[in-house]
Write a protein that binds this ligand. Structure first.
Ligand SMILES: [Zn+2]
Length: 272
């Protein structure tokens, strides 16, 4: 079974009816939290999550430390580790973030994972999905929301196909949203005391992986053409920061390396 087939089979998502009448009007934070919570329940029924208490605790402590700086609405953040070897991370409105085990295993230091979490936090704090819902003009609101809420992010080495009504949808944020999430991620991690250079470093790791695994990557190429530009953009953003603000930031920690080794040592999911 190919990676794509395996991933799409676990990402078959049914939308709850309560989501369907939210489009076309301003969405309050409470509504956003309710929708995100409903969506998280649906997603978590479909995905295999890592339950290891130490792993779950670590990613939530790290995520909360960044979200506390990023979020001015007091959202109750939840960070999940998905037991999938694919490289992916995504977020839902209201403060829900998922990061795949496969992405964690490809990081080499704390700053890289912190950058990924900060980018996903940025999509939530900048309300990218919610704004798309508010301005949605599409006739098929249900399909649009499925696309938006499963905002399969830029870290996907393969696309996540969202199966809905027999059709496969590939969801994607706009280029502007991605740029903004990268930009705020640089600010968030820096203010959290973590080195923002982990963000372009992570992009480089993914670019290298793409070089090493060219077969089966065509679909990903077609929808994720921005990686090189994002490396340059985040490096430029970092270069604009006062040199003093980059002093004494953490790039790594022994605790992170313990966490990473524990993730790698988790039993491997049987092929479905
Ligand atoms: Zn993104």
């Amino acid at each position: 079974m190919t990676h794509t087939q395996r991933y799409s089979s676990v990402a078959r998502i049914a939308l709850v009816g309560t989501l369907l009448f939210a489009a076309g009007c301003a969405i309050s934070t409470q509504r956003e939290v309710d929708m995100g919570g409903d969506f998280a329940l649906q997603v978590n029924r479909q995905l295999r999550l890592v339950r290891d208490a130490d792993v779950v605790s670590y990613v939530n402590v790290l995520g909360d430390s960044i979200a506390a700086i990023a979020d001015d609405r007091g959202l109750d953040w939840t960070f999940h580790v998905v037991d999938s070897k694919e490289v992916n991370a995504f977020a839902a409105p209201g403060g829900y973030v998922w990061v795949n085990r496969g992405l964690i295993e490809r990081t080499t230091n704390l700053a890289q994972l912190a950058g990924v979490l900060a980018h996903e936090i940025g999509h939530v704090t900048m309300r990218h999905s919610v704004q798309q819902m508010e301005t949605s003009q599409r006739a098929n609101v249900g399909l649009t929301l499925a696309c938006i809420l499963t905002n399969v992010c830029d870290y996907g080495i393969t696309n996540t196909a969202v199966q809905l009504g027999g059709g496969a949808l590939f969801a994607k944020f706009s280029r502007d949203d991605e740029t903004e999430a990268d930009r705020v991620a640089v600010q968030y991690v820096t203010r959290a005391g973590i080195d923002p250079r982990g963000i372009p470093d992570m992009f480089r790791i993914l670019l290298k992986e793409r070089e090493d695994r060219p077969t089966g990557m065509q679909g990903w190429f077609s929808t994720h053409p921005l990686e090189e530009a994002r490396v340059r953009a985040t490096e430029a953003e970092i270069a604009r920061m006062p040199a003093a603000s980059l002093k004494g930031l953490r790039m790594d920690s022994e605790r992170f390396q313990q966490f990473r080794r524990r993730v790698i040592a988790l039993p491997t999911v049987a092929t479905r």
